[in-house]
Unconditional design. Sequence first.
Length: 331
Amino acid sequence: MSAAQDQPVRWGILGTGRIAHDFAKGLRDAPNAVLAAVGSRTLDGARAFAEEFGVPAAYGSYGELALAPDVDIIYIGTPHPMHAENAVLALRGGKAVLCEKPFAMNRREAGEVVALARAKNLFLMEAMWTRFMPAIAEVKRIIASGEIGTVTQVHADFGFSATTDPAHRINNRELGGGALLDLGIYPLSIACALLGKVDTVQAQAIMGETGVDLTTAFTMKHAGGTLSICSCSMRARSGSEMTVSGTKGSVRMHRMFHLATRVTVDLVDGSSRTIDTPYLGNGYTHEAIEAGRCLREGALEHPLMTHEDTLSLMGLLDTIRKQIGLRYPSD
């Protein structure tokens, strides 16, 4: 489904949890976008969300939202293990899809969703919002300019002290818990966005009592002869910065790098400069704008987050999980 050039993109939100609330807030700052419908597992949940955000249509099931007549694209914000199933439901309803990360639980699930979107000629994108933030665009410009010389490596980490409640989603293996899928996907994705295809990956982890990873570190050797060193933790409040280093200097995205409002260039001659990189709304706004643009142009994927990008990332996550012994029921 594509949106008419002069009409606003009509969004539906599938799920009413925290991430769905965040995306709805981000949509408020996206020009020519309207939140037209919401779907929840209960009608009460959908109505409460609809009242909070002024949504005209509330549905008490995901299936009803997938078939809603006045929706162009559905944002999926449910727990990780439901992503693939929900994306398939929306696509079968003829809707374009923006699916929250991680796109699926494994490469197999992701491949099935991508194949369906291609067969039905519908737009599909993983909601890796970091890739669309102004800070990343600025880092790419600095790299391309040659200012920091030939790029050789990326360091990126993401960590905070999460709850230790074993029933909480982040500690629950049944719900796709663990540091890797929730946090590690950020440095993983950003390293691949900047350095390209990965030839090999090596990982180690500290596992928790509930069977999920608490802290994971991995290095990736990229096809261009570069290295990325990444880590994630839900037991450490880390610096959560990202640095790209080259032969003449480095550029750093400040804490928290996925929400960086400035980047700093440090050169071997001792000079330093900081560039402001403000973003719209709460950050989710930029991916919503880009998804809407794709719908208007009739594009089936976005060049900054292609289907192949998603499938490659899911394959890397599978490899890392195998190395650290992290298995989910969907495997």
